[in-house]
Design a protein around this ligand. Structure first.
Ligand SMILES: [Zn+2]
Length: 135
């Protein structure tokens, strides 16, 4: 075993001993981390942070109810991105990185559900003929 392997081994050993000594504590912490409540809460907090950082309103119409605000990929391509980055928290973490670097403006904007649907229609991101425009 070289030095770094040894350190890693000792660290793991220490963690295991800690877990064995503090089993109840470990169990409750772990179940909290993996519980729906935690992930839901984390998701909400991250989403709120992102929306706030991005102006907290629809850039088209000024709508501000966060329940209907959506993070929109300016140039489309949301589906490919979902495959690469993932959805939910991984996507939020990615956005938070962009926000910290202050480079999110090129790729993202906030739209309300209405404006987002209209944009998708106009960009033909929805299959042709799904909606018919009434004029
Ligand atoms: Zn809008």
């Amino acid at each position: 075993m070289n030095y770094s392997e040894e350190r890693l081994y000792k660290k793991r050993l220490y963690q295991r001993q800690w877990r064995e000594k503090n089993l109840e504590k470990y169990k409750s912490y772990n179940s909290y981390i993996y519980s729906k409540d935690y992930s839901k809460q984390a998701r909400i907090e991250k989403r709120n942070f992102i929306l706030k950082s991005m102006g907290n309103k629809c850039i088209k119409c000024g709508f501000t109810d966060v329940r209907a605000l959506q993070i929109d990929h300016i140039n489309g391509g949301g589906t490919k991105e979902k495959q690469e980055i993932g959805e939910g928290v991984p996507f939020y973490n990615y956005l938070i990185e962009l926000i910290k670097l202050n480079i999110w403006q090129k790729g993202y904007q906030i739209l309300c559900a209405n404006c987002n649907s209209i944009k998708k229609y106009d960009n033909r991101e929805v299959p042709n003929g799904t909606f018919s425009k009434i004029s």
